[in-house]
Design a protein around this ligand. Structure first.
Ligand SMILES: O=c1[nH]cnc2c1ncn2[C@@H]1O[C@H](CO)[C@@H](O)[C@H]1O
Ligand SMILES: [Zn+2]
Length: 331
């Protein structure tokens, strides 16, 4: 099987976890930011989360270095362009990328400047390559909540012009959903679609709450519904897309190894699973790698692959026109 040439869809990828190591070096030098090394291999090694991570929190420490060079409009635009370029070159046909606008204000950029820059970089890549994309705005669960509405307001003019959805990311505490009800309601009122990281590190109850309290249409990871029948049934009844990210789940100890990942069992039971990268640099992966690993580990056929591809089309926060285009790649 030629995994590189398969058409692919990635619905769960973080911009700041997917920066090219060379770009970190270039931007740090341009902006006179001191970084631990000028050697690309050393920078790459510092960015990749080790297999020995104890948990999600340790994994999330890998984002400080890339974020240090993502504080200018030009830097953010370049990183967005390059990520879409990298994805296009491995036949990702549709790509939803997420990032946290709150993390890019260290030098005083406004949310409009930040969101405008990621969208600009994506549009530049869309004009050059056979790839379509959209952005998802992630709010960090552990951050102060006083500017969440400002992020939602700043993204609103870009809705369906490059921005489509709202997400909650970062460390996952049990019961986090209730605190975010008014903010998610505000995002829905403005026209955002909703996906929420839940059931990654935290309990299955978080997935239940994300769907019932926050009206999530998709869930990031969601693997811990295995231990919660109510959450499992809700995902199934409401056809909630599960954005699985196999390599990341192993690094964060959400599962011990790939063979224990529940995605195959979910698929066989008719749950809408998708396969995604989460963080290309931090998880040292690509869509080609994720698809190869999953297909080989679980002996999935080409037909299975295209079934999952079609689930990704169905679950994408894309326009009908883009979805029709994506269906033209089905075998
Ligand atoms: O797998 C994950 N689970 C939860 N949060 C994550 C994951 N990967 C990245 N981020 C968080 O999302 C922020 C915005 O992109 C990143 O800075 C990181 O803190
Ligand atoms: Zn994620």
């Amino acid at each position: 099987m030629n995994y590189l040439s398969l058409p692919k869809i990635d619905l769960h990828c973080h911009l700041d976890g997917s920066v090219r190591p060379q770009t970190i070096i270039d931007l740090a030098n341009e902006q006179s930011i001191s970084i631990p090394s000028q050697d690309i291999n050393e920078i790459r090694a510092l960015m990749i989360a080790p297999e020995t991570c104890q948990n999600l929190e340790e994994y999330l420490m890998r984002f400080d270095l890339p974020l240090s060079v993502m504080q200018t409009q030009a830097g953010i635009e370049r990183i967005s362009f390059e990520l879409f370029e990298d994805a296009a070159k491995e036949n990702v046909k549709y790509f939803e990328v997420r990032f946290g606008p709150q993390l890019h204000q260290l030098l005083g950029l406004s949310f409009d400047q930040i969101i405008g820059s990621v969208v600009k970089g994506m549009h530049r890549a869309e004009a050059m390559y056979d790839i379509k994309g959209n952005y998802i705005l992630s709010i960090l669960r552990t951050f102060p909540k006083d500017n969440i509405r400002d992020v939602i307001d700043a993204g609103a003019p870009y809705l369906n012009k490059g921005v489509v959805a709202f997400d909650l990311a970062g460390a996952e505490l049990p019961g986090f959903c209730s605190e975010f009800i008014p903010y998610v309601a505000y995002a829905i009122e403005k026209g955002y679609r909703i996906t929420i990281h839940a059931g990654e590190q935290g309990v299955g109850q978080n997935v239940f709450d994300a769907i019932s309290m926050l009206k999530a249409e998709r869930v990031g990871h969601g693997i811990h519904i295995t231990g919660h029948q109510g959450a499992y049934d809700l995902v199934k009844q409401q056809n909630i897309g599960l954005e699985t990210c196999p390599s990341s789940n192993i690094q964060t100890k959400a599962v011990d190894n790939l063979s224990e990942h529940p995605l195959k069992a979910f698929y066989e039971d008719g749950l809408p699973i998708t396969i995604n990268t989460d963080n290309r640099t931090v998880s040292n992966t690509t869509m080609t790698d994720e698809v190869r690993k999953v297909m080989q580990e679980f002996s999935l056929s080409r037909e299975d692959y295209f079934n999952i591809y079609k689930i990704s089309v169905e679950q994408a926060f894309a326009s009908d026109e883009v979805k029709q285009h994506l269906m033209s790649f089905v075998d």
